[in-house]
Write a protein that binds this ligand. Structure first.
Ligand code: F6P
Length: 319
């Protein structure tokens, strides 16, 4: 193998740049050429690519977002799109590819592998919801950003003796919500994996008020309910002024934490190691802090249990 490609796909995640840098420089160290593909799979379809130099990835390690830009490419979900991608990759001399993104992106990686371009998936999403890996690039930074935001909300909440409902991202998974609820001392974490009882939460808030509790924080994972309506109901039933804040895309940006930079670097190097051996159709993963890899289909079919310990802990420690 003489030349490989790299792209970022799906929602951006802090640490993607660190992964691209590790792929590019570890490949160059091994004597490989590296083609950067812009805007995910759509760059492959539109020939939006360039040959990298070592300096192409200078000064990006600490930056959020992805300097290659990213996209969710519908055309690549079709067989015709994949074939066009394979043709363009071959024309560009790309013999192996690293795709940094979420599980939607790994389906494309599998299709490319099956059509003769060995492709490796590197998991990056703030949601940490990719089943085959204990950790996804971007999760730690998103938690840190949410922690900073909620600590600020706590300041104002306490000053006004209010209740605050904070909606965090998660894409149908409660990892961010449950973890951040413990980290920020929230009264409750409402997650998609577990049923919740709003009346019980309201009763606890009332009980807290009687016991002199001055403010309340409730963390809700996106897509569960209308947090503004929830705030109104809590205010109506408890008599405590209640506000809702949707943290939104603030959670996706920012300079990656040490954990994200280091994990992204380890994963990027591992992906290149596989390609150097001519191995494709694998997804890189973290298992008990080791970097491992799985067949992409096997990885996509794995199940990740949601451990509700943090939901329980947040509730237990709320007094
Ligand atoms: O997967 C990352 C994520 O930020 C999810 O948490 C969220 O549901 C989704 O992407 C938002 O997507 P978009 O940026 O397209 O609005």
């Amino acid at each position: 193998m003489k030349r490989i490609g790299v792209l970022t796909s799906g929602g951006d995640a802090p640490g993607m740049n660190a992964a691209v840098r590790a792929v590019a420089r570890s490949a160059m160290s091994a004597g490989l050429e590296v083609v950067a593909i812009r805007k995910g799979y759509s760059g492959l379809l539109n020939n939006n690519m360039f040959l990298m130099e070592p300096k192409s990835v200078s000064d990006i390690l600490h930056r959020g977002g992805t300097f290659l830009q990213t996209a969710r490419c519908l055309e690549f979900k079709e067989e015709a799109g994949v074939l066009k991608g394979v043709e363009n990759a071959k024309k560009m001399g790309i013999e192996g590819l690293v795709v940094i993104g979420g599980d939607g992106s790994f389906r494309g990686a599998r299709d490319l592998s099956l059509h003769g371009i060995p492709t490796i998936g590197v998991p990056a999403t703030i949601d940490n919801d990719i089943s085959c890996t204990e950790y996804c690039i971007g999760y730690d930074t998103a938690l840190d950003t949410a922690k900073d935001a909620i600590d600020r909300i706590r300041d104002t909440c306490r000053s006004h003796e209010r209740c605050s409902i904070i909606e965090v991202m998660g894409h149908g998974a409660g990892y961010i919500a449950a973890t951040i609820a413990v980290a920020c001392g929230a009264e409750a974490a409402i997650v998609p994996e577990r049923e919740y009882d709003l009346n019980e939460i309201i009763e606890n808030i009332k009980k807290g008020k009687k016991n002199g509790k001055e403010f309340n924080l409730i963390v809700v994972s996106e897509g569960i309910c209308d947090v503004i309506a929830m705030a109104k109901k809590i205010e109506d039933e408890t008599g405590i002024e209640t506000r809702a804040t949707i943290l939104g895309h603030i959670q996706r940006g920012g300079s990656p934490t040490v954990r994200d930079r280091v994990t992204a670097t380890r994963m990027g190097i591992h992906a290149v190691e596989l390609l150097k051996k001519g191995i494709g159709n694998r997804v890189v993963a973290v298992k008990r802090d080791e970097i491992v890899d799985y067949d992409i289909l096997e990885g996509l079919n794995m199940k990740k249990d949601f451990d509700d310990e943090f939901v329980r802990v947040a509730k237990m420690l709320s007094m």
